[in-house]
Design a protein around this ligand. Structure first.
Ligand code: HEM
Length: 249
C-alpha cells in the first residue's frame, strides 16, 4: 500500500483550491444537466400531445400558464430552466475546450459516445438559441417569439410552418437532445455512484437507450404534428376552443 493514501492529510493537502472548485463545478454541471433533463422530458411530452389533438396541446399549455396568473411563471422558468441550462452550457463549453477525445486511437463504443456527447452539445447550443428566439417571449426584441400561449396550437403550428427548414432543424435538435440526454443520464448515474459495476452499467445502458428512443419518437412526432396541423381561420379557432371548453363542463 502507498504511504500516502487518498484519505491521508498529505493527500488532502495536495488537492489545490483550484482542483476543489473544479470538482465542485463538475458536480454542479452534472446536477444542472439532470435538472434540465427533467424539464426536457416534460417539454417533449407536452409537445407530443399535439398528436392527440390541437385542443390537448392547448389544454396542457393553459394548465402550465396558470403559473403566469399566479406571477410565478418567470421565477419558476428562471430557477428551473434558464439558470441551470446557462450554467450547464457555459461550464460545458469549458469542458469542451479542455477535454481531449481519443476516438481515432481507440474506436470503442465508450469513446464514440464521449465524442458524440460533445458534438451533440454543440448542436444543442446552436439549436437552443434558435429555438428560444423562434418561440419564447425572450426572442421578442429580436423579431422572434412567434408562439403565443393564448393561441398555443395555431401559433406553434404557424411558427413551424413559416419556413421549410424549421422541420429539419427541429428534427436535428431533437436527435441531438435525445442522444445527449440519454447518454448524459447514463454517465451521471456513474458520476453519482449509482451504477458502479459493469452489470449495473449495462442495465442502465439499456434503460437510458430506451429513454432516448422514446424521447426521439415523442419529439419527432411533435415536429410532424405541428407541421401537418391545419391552422384554422381566426373565428373558426375561437369556436373550436369554445366547443372544447364546453365539452369539459
Ligand atoms: C437539452 C439540453 C441538455 C441536457 C438535457 C443536458 C444534460 C446533460 C447531462 C445529464 C449530462 C451528464 C452529466 C454527468 O455525466 O454527470 C451532460 C453532460 C455534458 N453536457 Fe449537457 N445537457 C444539455 C445541453 C448541453 C449544452 C448546451 C452543452 C454545452 C455546449 C452541454 C455540454 C455537456 C458536456 C460537455 C457534457 C459532458 C461532461 C462530462 O464529460 O462529464 N450540454 N449533459
Amino acid at each position: 500500500m502507498s504511504s500516502q493514501s487518498a484519505t491521508s492529510p498529505q493527500a488532502a493537502a495536495a488537492i489545490s483550491p483550484r482542483e476543489k472548485y473544479y470538482f465542485l463545478a463538475r458536480r454542479l454541471h452534472s446536477i444542472t444537466g439532470l435538472m434540465f433533463s427533467g424539464f426536457v422530458c416534460f417539454h417533449l411530452l407536452v409537445n407530443a400531445t399535439i398528436l392527440a389533438s390541437g385542443e390537448s396541446f392547448e389544454f396542457c399549455v393553459e394548465k402550465i400558464h396558470i403559473l403566469e396568473h399566479m406571477g410565478l411563471l418567470v421565477p419558476v422558468e428562471m430557477a428551473t430552466i434558464f439558470f441551470p441550462i446557462a450554467f450547464h452550457a457555459l461550464f460545458g463549453i469549458v469542458i469542451l475546450l479542455t477535454s481531449q477525445p481519443n476516438m481515432t486511437d481507440y474506436a470503442y463504443g465508450g469513446n464514440i459516445r464521449y465524442t458524440l456527447q460533445r458534438w451533440s452539445a454543440v448542436v444543442i447550443l446552436v439549436f437552443l438559441v434558435m429555438h428560444i428566439w423562434h418561440m419564447h417571449w425572450l426572442g421578442k426584441p429580436f423579431g422572434g417569439a412567434q408562439f403565443d400561449p393564448e393561441n398555443a396550437t395555431s401559433t406553434a403550428a404557424s411558427a413551424m410552418q413559416s419556413w421549410a427548414l424549421w422541420a429539419p432543424i427541429y428534427a436535428l435538435g431533437v436527435l441531438a437532445t435525445a442522444f445527449h440526454l440519454a447518454n448524459g443520464v447514463w454517465t451521471a448515474l456513474i458520476t453519482w455512484g449509482v451504477t458502479i459495476g459493469p452489470r449495473s452499467q449495462k442495465v442502465s445502458g439499456y434503460v437510458c437507450a430506451a429513454l432516448g428512443a422514446f424521447l426521439l419518437v415523442a419529439g419527432l412526432g411533435a415536429v410532424r404534428g405541428f407541421m401537418t396541423y391545419q391552422i384554422p381561420a381566426d373565428g373558426e379557432e375561437a369556436a373550436v376552443v369554445e366547443q372544447a371548453n364546453g365539452d369539459d363542463h
